[in-house]
Design a protein around this ligand. Structure first.
Ligand code: UD1
Ligand code: UDP
Length: 352
């Protein structure tokens, strides 16, 4: 079998690593990197750390408005797919790279494999929600991470080839956890003590693109006295500069460049709490049993909200501060599979 995988953004490299490993044992995989993320610490570092084979095609699309970015991806992905004539096109998650890969393949009648299918926030103002809905509706195989995702698809009358395989990000965490312990020196490098700091990540457009929300978020951080470490996403860094907001002066806050996956796993597992608006980071907090505070109005990962393992707070200053201070005692359930999602995905395609 010949499979073309389309990747472009940080979380997709992490999701692809376990699947590529299994896929390449028995099949031919070619990787297209759209170039949506291009800084070394947003892209190359993950290929190196996770041993993802170098992309066969690098499209160099880069940043831009949704239309420009997605449009350029469509043109360039189509050229590769027409040339390579794969049996399947494999896409992950809900970014513009996901949508572009899925649309190209569907129009060329090449079956689309969607990993992380069926997620919904029910907020169509999120670009990711549009990307997921469109991708799910043109996909031939829909690999869901949870039962909730399967149910979401059922409500949209998508039932054929819908399989709950579990979450590929759980596969990735299990595979790399020990390696992170052996290799990462980030706690010592930053002078951090285990469970004596909170970890922050913020990058969602609904937060970064609204100055009022960003002001609230920074105000909340300044009211949390404990040590905080924040590997800052380039989108957020650019927006803070544009707004003239100064996060660097917040006491006990270490703002650092985005880190590699092994350092991130280390920062996550040793954090007292995780404060985030990231999809992947909410799940990783759950896998590692670290209480999470999510700076969003909705989450696709509703399972994490049970027993306050994750608390949704939006951008209200008081709610953020209270949730971070709150003593919680979460019960963690086994809702993201058994860490063998990649095996199940490849086995499902082989059964056709
Ligand atoms: C994208 C995804 C989002 C995902 C996130 C993961 C879409 C619509 N959004 O958001 O779902 O959660 O990736 O991180 O696909 N930039 C750099 N260097 C880079 C990459 C980006 O400086 O290597 C800056 C640019 O100013 C760019 C901005 O970040 O305009 C946003 O990048 P973009 O890829 O458009 O969206 P993300 O916010 O990264
Ligand atoms: N991540 C990382 N370094 C960072 C921030 C995040 O390796 O500095 C990892 C994180 O562990 C998770 C993934 O990137 O696996 C999440 O990606 P992101 O938050 O960019 O996107 P989302 O999951 O919200 O789409």
């Amino acid at each position: 079998m010949k499979i073309v995988t389309v990747l472009g953004a940080r979380p997709q490299f992490i999701k692809a690593a376990p699947v590529s490993r299994v896929l390449r044992q028995r099949h031919t995989e070619l990787i297209i990197h759209t170039g949506q993320h291009y800084d070394a610490n947003m892209s190359d570092i993950f290929f190196e750390e996770l041993n993802i084979p170098k992309p066969d095609y690098h499209l160099g699309v880069g940043s831009g408005s949704h239309g420009k970015q997605t449009g350029e991806m469509l043109i360039k992905i189509e050229e590769v797919v027409l040339k390579e004539k794969p049996d399947y096109v494999l896409v992950y998650g809900d970014t513009n790279s996901t949508l572009a890969g899925a649309l190209v393949a569907a129009k060329l009648h090449i079956p689309v494999l969607h990993v992380e299918a069926g997620l919904r926030s029910f907020n169509k103002k999120m670009p990711e929600e549009i990307n997921r809905i469109m991708t799910d509706h043109v996909s031939e195989f829909l690999f869901c991470p949870t039962e909730t995702a399967v149910e979401n698809l059922k409500k949209e009358n998508i039932t054929r080839n819908v399989i709950n395989v579990g979450d590929v990000m759980y596969d990735a965490v299990l595979y790399n956890q020990e390696l992170a312990q052996q290799k990462s020196t980030i706690l010592a490098d930053l002078g951090l003590q285990p469970k004596q700091y909170h970890l922050i990540t913020i990058h969602r457009a609904e937060n970064t693109d609204d100055i009022h929300n960003m002001k609230n978020i920074l105000e909340a951080f300044s009211q949390i006295d404990e040590m905080k470490v924040w590997p800052i996403h380039p989108r957020t860094k650019h927006k803070l500069a544009e707004y003239g907001l100064d996060a660097a002066s917040i006491p006990n806050l270490k703002i650092i460049e985005p880190v590699g996956y092994l350092d991130m796993l280390t920062l996550e597992s040793n954090a007292k709490k995780i404060i985030t608006d990231s999809g992947g980071v909410q799940k990783e907090a759950y896998f590692m049993k670290v209480p999470c505070v999510t700076v969003r109005e909705q989450t696709e990962w509703v399972e994490t909200l049970e027993s306050e393992a994750n608390i949704l707070v939006g951008t209200d200053v008081e709610k953020i501060v209270e949730a971070v201070k709150k003593a919680v005692n979460p019960v963690y359930a086994n809702v993201f599979g058994d860490g063998k999602a990649a095996e199940k995905i490849v086995a499902a395609i082989e059964q056709v």
